[in-house]
Ligand binder design. Structure first.
Ligand code: ATP
Length: 340
């Protein structure tokens, strides 16, 4: 029987509370089903920086390299030195952020089911900024044909596998960023010809931001560049009820890392009130990805069970405070684990 090696990064702020919930979930699955995990907890983030002088210590990198997948809770001020480095080191080129309506959560629409497919390796996130003179900074935006094609293909394949809508919209600002987003848009258009079964359209990023509020249920797959994807996916998370429900996957060819969309939320850290659904749904995405990679149907069963368990609790109005409920992080976690 395969045992899956999972590296866990508890991170900072609400991170350790969320990771404690996710770890209990993985341990429950390990104890009560035929799916087996070997869990290795490793330091990264602000805590690691103050303890070891490095936000991403070498032993953490070694543990991640030995794992089949990584589940990461949010890190604080040192986020750029952790997640952006990991994305580059492991070539995690696709950032996948689903935004889905859940029952009994106040939101703009009740029928949203979309996914943002964000290019994860270039754009201004390369951090190539420099002073042109003493009072002016220039930031370089890098968009390549190779990365654009790879993310566009991922987006169309995602649309093929998802439900009935079968739509991809490429989001850009090619009227202003004529060369960089012009290239991105043209590549998406080119890739669309290989997928005639998918309805393809294009939207300026400002129009997309507006339509996500006005008509969110019309979206299926949004494919976009790194910075626009970061912003639009937070907006989409809010449209379906808040960051506490938002999972994300950083997908590479051979390795992937899963994490909540939100940050370390220091304002609510240590209070036992953070919503653990973001990390539970990230765990679900991780099991789906492992299931696909290792062709193990048992992982799909556990993945869908996580989502169904959350839906079942929400239907009974069992919720954390951020989404209008009364439960603490640990109370919600306990109720979820009781379902296994
Ligand atoms: P970053 O820039 O690192 O993404 P941020 O400053 O945008 O971080 P977040 O930490 O993402 O802020 O969170 C914004 C607010 O959303 C927090 O202040 C918190 O109140 C709320 N929030 C985020 N995640 C959760 C969660 N899991 N449960 C409850 N509330 C949350």
């Amino acid at each position: 029987m395969t045992k899956y090696n999972i590296a866990l990064i508890p991170g900072d702020g609400i991170g350790p509370e969320l990771m404690s919930s996710a770890k209990m979930l993985l341990e429950s699955i390990n104890d009560k089903t035929s799916v087996k995990f070997s869990l290795t907890e490793v330091d990264a983030g602000d805590n690691a920086l103050s303890k070891f002088g490095k936000a991403l210590p070498d032993f953490t990198l070694d543990a991640i390299k030995k794992s089949d997948a990584c589940l990461k809770a949010p890190v604080g001020e040192s986020a750029a030195d952790v997640i952006i480095v990991l994305r580059r080191l492991f070539d995690l080129y696709a950032n996948i952020r689903p935004a889905k309506s859940f029952p009994n959560i106040k939101s703009i629409s009740e029928n949203v089911d979309l996914v943002t497919v964000r290019e994860n390796t270039e754009d201004v996130y390369l951090g190539w900024e420099f002073y042109a003179n003493s009072d002016t900074v220039v930031a370089l935006r890098v968009i390549s044909e190779k990365a654009s094609r790879r993310i566009a293909e991922y987006a169309f394949k995602t649309a093929v596998m998802r439900g009935e809508k079968k739509k991809v919209v490429s989001v850009h600002k090619a009227n202003v960023l004529r060369k960089s987003d012009g290239l991105f848009k043209n590549i998406c258009r080119d890739v669309s010809t290989e997928f005639p079964q998918i309805e393809y359209s294009e939207l300026y990023v400002d129009a997309c931001a507006m339509n996500l509020i006005r008509n969110p249920e019309s979206f299926d797959v949004i494919v976009t560049t790194n910075l626009f994807g970061d912003i639009l996916s937070d907006e989409a998370a809010q449209v379906v009820g808040g960051l506490g429900m938002g999972p994300a996957g950083n997908i590479g060819e051979n390795f992937s890392l899963f994490e909540p969309v939100h940050g370390a939320a220091f304002d609510i850290a240590g209070k036992n009130i953070a919503n653990p659904c973001s990390i539970f749904l990230s765990t679900k995405m991780m099991l789906d990805w492992l299931g696909e990679k290792f062709k193990d149907p048992l992982l799909f069963t556990e993945a869908i069970k996580i989502e169904n368990a959350i839906v079942s609790l929400l239907k009974q109005n069992y919720k954390t405070i951020d989404i209008g409920g009364k439960l603490s992080t640990s109370e919600f976690t306990r109720m979820l684990l009781d379902i296994w």
